[in-house]
Design a protein around this ligand. Structure first.
Ligand code: SF4
Ligand code: SF4
Length: 353
């Protein structure tokens, strides 16, 4: 295998919170040996557990990881330069760094969300000022928008260096215009969820147009995105997953062949877990995993079956009924999923089957 250093990959630490610090450190060391330099952390990942484990693991690392961090908030028009700065400096202090290598200031998952962000105004200006002072090296946003909406966003925030875009092989064609637009603005694009958080493993049929002897379908999917010029944000739980990625991106790996079109689907939940912040502690992620079965097959009976299996009948209904429709979860979902509508659909279908 010619390529031994993986480049353009960001280690998404969202699953580190379930490990102890020694195991997390071991995995980070291995990733670094393979050439992965940047580690992405959100204060929301596993309700802060990932940050805690990362900081403990970092204590005895043999290298200095580059840190990609985020403004950890639900969009709120009352955010001010002051509240943003306070949170930023607190995070710098917790990480004991003089600057963040990357900092995601906005999660723009709908044009409505963008309008709220725009109204708060001061946050972006403050972030740019911090960047100009060398406290942020690369400024990033997560963005699901395309076309004229994306054009408007990019002209509003000209100092953005990177965009994390939810893209897998299923959306590659549809998002090519958005990717081109970013590149025309000199912006680096990363595929936020290249393997949809395990969806392809659960529904392998989705990748059936990929025919590439010598690579698994997931490896071919990663290579396809890499060849399209995208950086990759990947979550790892074990070394073999890093090996799998390394083999997929190797110079020696076969080029990917596609036979036919990928289907067209509603957005899949990628199990990022950010909607666990639900104020009434509804099991949103399990409900959304059940809904994925419907997205994949188009048969509502599949999601009901999955939800019943995951919860049992009473708990399933209880979780759909207790949702108060506040939509806080939707404001934070990086995939822009209309979670409350999906929960309602799950509730209604329960009575039909
Ligand atoms: S809309 Fe429902 S699931 Fe989402 S945060 Fe509100 S109560 Fe929780
Ligand atoms: S619904 Fe959205 S926020 Fe919740 S787990 Fe899925 S992708 Fe993440």
């Amino acid at each position: 295998m010619k390529l031994t250093k993986i480049s353009g990959v960001v280690f998404d630490t969202r699953r580190l919170g379930a490990k102890n610090a020694d195991d997390a450190r071991d995995l980070m060391e291995y990733a670094h040996e393979k050439g992965i330099e940047v580690f992405d952390i959100s204060p929301h990942f596993m309700e802060g557990a990932c940050e805690r484990v990362f900081l403990q693991a970092r204590e005895e690392l043999s290298f200095e990881p580059q840190i990609s961090y985020k403004f950890g908030r639900v969009p709120n028009a009352s955010d001010t330069a002051e509240s943003f700065s306070r949170e930023f400096y607190d995070a710098l202090g917790r990480f004991r760094v003089s600057a963040f290598d990357m900092y995601t200031v906005y999660d723009i998952n709908s044009f409505e969300t963008w309008s709220d962000y725009k109204n708060d105004g001061e946050v972006y200006e403050t972030a740019v000022e911090l960047k100009n002072r060398g406290l942020i090296k690369r400024l990033a946003v997560v963005c699901t928008l395309g076309g004229d909406e994306l054009k408007e966003v990019l002209s509003d925030i000209p100092d953005i260096d990177c965009v994390f875009m939810p893209v897998s092989p299923l959306e590659l064609k549809a998002r090519s215009g958005a990717m081109e637009l970013c590149r025309a603005h000199g912006i680096e694009v990363f595929a936020l969820t290249p393997l949809l958080g395990g969806v392809f493993r659960r529904f392998p049929r989705l990748l059936s147009p990929i025919v590439t002897p010598g690579l698994s379908d997931e490896q071919a999917a990663l290579r396809l995105l890499n060849r399209a010029g995208l950086g990759l944000m990947c979550a790892f739980t074990k070394k073999s997953e890093i090996d799998m990625l390394e083999a997929a991106l190797s110079d020696d790996a076969p080029e990917v062949k596609i036979n036919g079109d990928f289907g067209s689907y509603e957005t899949f939940c990628t199990a990022c877990g950010l909607c666990r912040m639900c104020p009434i502690k509804s099991h949103v992620t399990t409900l959304m995993a059940a809904y994925n079965a419907y997205v994949a097959s188009g048969d509502p009976g599949d999601m009901v079956k999955h939800a019943r299996r995951a919860f049992g009948e009473d708990e399933y209904l209880y979780n759909t009924r207790k949702c108060i429709g506040c939509r806080l979860c939707e404001r934070i979902c990086p995939q822009g999923i209309r979670i409350s509508e999906r929960i309602e659909h799950l509730r209604n279908e329960a009575h039909k089957t």
